[in-house]
Design a protein around this ligand. Sequence first.
Ligand SMILES: O=C(O)c1cc(=O)[nH]c(=O)n1[C@@H]1O[C@H](COP(=O)(O)O)[C@@H](O)[C@H]1O
Length: 236
Amino acid sequence: MQTSSDPKIIVALDFPSATPALELVDKLDPEKCRLKVGKELFTRSGPQLVENLHRKGFDVFLDLKFHDIPNTASAAVAAAADLGVWMVNVHASGGGKMMLACRERLDTFGADKPLLIAVTVLTSMGAEDLAGIGITDSPEAQVSRLATLTRNCGLDGVVCSAQEAPKLKAEQGIDFKLVTPGIRPLTAGKDDQQRIMTPSDALKAGSDYLVIGRPITQAADPLAALEAIHAEVMGL
Ligand SMILES: O=C(O)c1cc(=O)[nH]c(=O)n1[C@@H]1O[C@H](COP(=O)(O)O)[C@@H](O)[C@H]1O
């Protein structure tokens, strides 16, 4: 499923339960943003909440970052497709066999299947964090490696930092979708993110979709925060 417009902003509904999430959602316009349901909210409120968001007219990115053996991960993305979500993700570090199995399984769903994307290097990680898990390449090099693997497995794009977007667009081509969290307006704090960029700079760098959570959800006036970001990116 997809709305008629193609909103670039994906609001991360990182709330502890459905009630505060829906309080915000009821003020939002599905023509201006999409919604992301992640691990916390899905674990509490599950498929019923996703169905509710669909009834309200929103595209949903189900962000459960599957990372498992090919059989289990591909069954999980099929369950996401049954829910009718717009986008679903896996961890590229789950490897080529896992991603190929997910691709093949989703292809059985025909034209309405969700976009399938892979997380490269989490935007909360820097070079030191990578070294801690035995990866001595820079985040940029590791993102490129995982993006190439992802594209070779036929996935639709990757989750990465907007800092890597120019390089990835050049390497992977214009149609390979770049979904970028770690978006911070100049006035917002960094929180636990490391590889960050402002909304307008991210779009200029080549991001296709901006994932934005706390700068909107924790703002004193979330709707005003979203409107300000929307105005910033619409001017581009
Ligand atoms: O897959 C994601 O959405 C994701 C990948 C990544 O590398 N970094 C990242 O922050 N995210 C998600 O994007 C959102 C960012 O939220 P804020 O940091 O509050 O804007 C969170 O819901 C994260 O789970």
